[in-house]
Design a protein around this ligand. Sequence first.
Ligand SMILES: NC(=O)c1ccc[n+]([C@@H]2O[C@H](COP(=O)([O-])OP(=O)(O)OC[C@H]3O[C@@H](n4cnc5c(N)ncnc54)[C@H](OP(=O)(O)O)[C@@H]3O)[C@@H](O)[C@H]2O)c1
Length: 345
Amino acid sequence: MGYKVAIVGATGNVGREMLDILAERGFPADEVVALASRRSVGTEVSFGDKTLKIKALENYDFADTDICLMSAGGDVSREWSPKIGRQGCVVIDNSSAFRYDSDVPLIVPEVNADAVKGFTKKNIIANPNCSTAQLVVALKPLHDLATIKRVVVATYQSVSGAGKDAMDELFSQTRAVFVSDPVEAKKFPKRIAFNVIPQIDVFMEDGYTKEEWKVMVETKKILDPKIKLTCTAVRVPVFISHSEAVNVEFEKPITVEEATEALRAAPGVLVVDKREPGGYITPYEAAGEDATYVSRIREDATVENGLSFWCVSDNLRKGAALNAVQIAEVLVNRKLLLPKSQKAA
Ligand SMILES: NC(=O)c1ccc[n+]([C@@H]2O[C@H](COP(=O)([O-])OP(=O)(O)OC[C@H]3O[C@@H](n4cnc5c(N)ncnc54)[C@H](OP(=O)(O)O)[C@@H]3O)[C@@H](O)[C@H]2O)c1
């Protein structure tokens, strides 16, 4: 007897990817239920070789559901996740609503799977921001080797990170430029086609954006509160995969060779680093893949014990859906959650 899993936001970018990943990885589910807003009731989504009809979240009873993969934005999560959790269904939430709650574990399985145990306080587990997920996967083996003191990261984030409407906006603006139509910006604060925008999410009082703040705070919660981190988050006209230029200062000496070896051995990381034209990974190549790719590893001689590298990953997969499914797998594999159907039998 397997698990009953509900996907909230199953018509969205991340929700659809969750359905694909559950099917690809053969997650032990007896039943998968696809939920979204009332607007989408009756529309169909694919799950492996099956088709699921969307049901409305507001009419769904979670009493016999084991796991809810929640991917419908912060407002929906704030309203629904606590109620679903109280019905004994574990919510793995993709929004930022509960990430900074000390009673909610924030998990990237390659980095801090053991912390998942704390989920029983609220029956909620948070998935990090997409830029944080790939960053901590790459930083973890380096931190274990030479203890990270400070990180400076600039992100180059694809439009899919802002949802399906944002992807449509890049497409329609690009088309408008080619046919000389007026370019309309709705989802982004400025035109994104043939442009880059140094603002993701709202501005905070100190001049950082909320996206930058999330990367800083989440890296500390997942990896180590002692790490100092500063971030500049930039939206680029790419459909899928986020890239990051990362500069790291360590407590102890570390060579490029040692870092490369540690990264090659690390779970979830693939090193592609040939010092020749094209000998690195770009977002286009990472789309649809599970790995966090690391390229361009080099010494930063301007500081003591410094390294720089380039890191790329599919934001809809490792940055969201894959990470959420991996968290569900931790619950299952470590027997932290038994199917309700089995308990009832
Ligand atoms: N995209 C990323 O890289 C990424 C990474 C990490 C985390 N996240 C987070 O994941 C969540 C979803 O992102 P996305 O990119 O998939 O967005 P999206 O493509 O815009 O999809 C949003 C989904 O939420 C559903 N929804 C909206 N209002 C709802 C309501 N009142 N009740 C039930 N369902 C509702 C939508 O259903 P309808 O189709 O019926 O409107 C749709 O399925 C967000 O919290 C986002 O911050 C995204």
